[in-house]
Design a binder for this molecule. Structure first.
Ligand code: ARG
Length: 437
């Protein structure tokens, strides 16, 4: 089950064989591997390295393997070193000796590099699609719940915002995430196929042809770099880590909002779990798991950065370690985006509790100070006056707008009846974030 062996006198130990094999995780590359091989065969035919007949036999054989894998008739398992060996050996089993011509002018080094780039691109677009689904739900719930809520700094009530403005903050974070992914795709979009092991080939091959055939912008310029570049895996895992960080911040808010202490949202039963002992519990496990899985994706980033850090040119087997964690981070980020989309789309926003929190948090105190500034008082002085008003209100259990004008005048005789209009919550919003809400 090996692609090599001629120069060996005895067999590899079973222990080493298992240690070396990547089939159980790189099998996800079967589609890209077969597509890459088909493009390679077409190119060899075009360059008169394979005859028309050989080309047809190989392509038919590769397509039959693809069909059988997808229909479940061919299981990717057994004592193969990797997915590349699995497909090549199975091809030879099906089409005979001509199968052994597939690897002409190619190495597994450029093969795995091109497979990984294609897989990374396909999955990156899948991540973007899932981000867009989440953003669509954010727009929808923001629109439906354009309700006042407290904005926080230090997790202390600070100024008035709306739920829509709050959720759109995340929308904007995810917009940047999409740009980061597209940028990583743009940088990686050069085909390494044809670099061969590290130094190209004596055959006159056409790298532009395979590059185009496989949907890349152009072939890579440098062979050594082409086979040993894993920057794009690091960049994408970094982009995925940032997505997870954003999802985790939002999860944290969902967890806080669903406490009885805040009580701003009601999680749907679909996305909540219970306790085996405390009958009253309804826990936000989805949000907690997203927060927890963030560490896992960060770990993948550290892992691949560390694997690559001291590798001499060009290919080294260390690079096989780029796969498991990268694949895991892709799956993790996609499942977390889906869960977040479901959680947000099904939760209930408790508008009246949000408004109650706005009314009891002195969230118009800054605007009271602004009112005095408009009447000619320096801001620092106005700040102090309003601080004294807040102190008074706190000890009398009142909000600022509940104070009669005579009381306000005791703090500053510049207060007039128009203060109440000025610090009315919707008016404050109109002057502040209105353009966005
Ligand atoms: N499974 C290997 C990997 O993922 C494929 C490349 C093998 N190349 C080699 N020279 N042994 O990196």
């Amino acid at each position: 089950m090996k692609l090599w062996g001629g120069r060996f006198e005895s067999n590899e130990s079973k222990l080493m064989e298992d240690f070396n094999s990547s089939l159980k995780f790189d099998k996800v590359l079967y589609f890209q591997d077969i597509k890459g091989s088909i493009a390679h065969v077409k190119m060899l035919n075009k360059c008169n390295i394979l005859t028309d007949e050989e080309c047809k036999i190989l392509i038919d054989g590769l397509n039959s393997i693809l069909n059988d894998i997808e229909s479940g008739n061919l299981l990717i398992e057994g004592d193969y070193e990797d997915i590349h060996s699995f497909i090549e050996i199975n091809l030879t089993k099906r089409v005979g000796e001509v199968g052994k011509k597939l690897h002409t002018a190619r190495s597994r080094n450029d093969q795995v590099a091109v497979d990984m780039k294609m897989y990374s691109k396909d999955k990156a677009y899948e991540v973007i699609k899932n981000i867009k689904d989440l953003q669509a739900v954010m727009l929808e719930i923001g629109e439906k719940n354009n309700v006042l809520m407290p904005g926080y700094t230090h997790l202390q009530r600070a100024q008035i915002v709306t739920f829509k403005h709050h959720i759109m903050a995340y929308y904007n974070m995810f917009e940047r995430d999409i740009k980061r992914i597209l940028n990583a795709i743009d940088i990686l979009d050069e085909s390494p196929l044809g670099c061969c092991a590290l130094a190209g080939t004596t055959y006159s091959i056409d790298r532009d042809y395979t590059s185009k055939e496989l949907g890349f912008k152009k072939p890579v310029e440098n062979f050594l770099d082409g086979v040993s570049d894993r920057d794009y895996i690091i960049e994408l895992t970094c982009a995925y880590s940032i997505i997870m960080m954003h999802l985790s911040r939002l999860s944290e808010e969902i967890i806080i909002w669903s406490t009885k202490e805040f009580d701003f949202i009601k999680m749907s039963d679909e996305y909540s779990t219970g306790s085996s002992i405390m009958p009253q519990k309804k826990n936000p496990d989805g949000a907690e798991l997203i927060r927890g899985k963030t560490g896992r994706v960060y770990g993948s980033l550290m892992s691949i950065l560390t694997t690559m850090k001291a590798l001499p040119l060009a290919y080294n087997k260390d690079m096989q370690e780029d796969k498991e964690q990268f694949f895991d981070s892709i799956n993790t980020v996609i499942s977390c985006l889906k869960i977040m989309t479901g959680m947000l789309g099904s939760m209930e926003i408790k508008k009246s509790n949000m408004i109650k929190a706005v009314k009891t948090g002195f969230l118009n105190a800054t605007e009271v100070a602004d009112y005095l500034v408009n009447k000619g008082i320096p801001f620092r002085k106005a700040h102090e006056i309003v601080g004294l008003i807040v102190l008074y209100c706190e000890s009398n259990n009142l909000c600022i707008e509940e104070l009669k004008i005579d009381k306000l005048k005791e703090f500053s005789n510049l207060f007039e009846e128009d203060i109440y209009q000025f610090i009315e919550y919707r008016n404050i919003l109109d002057k502040g974030i209105k353009k966005e809400i």
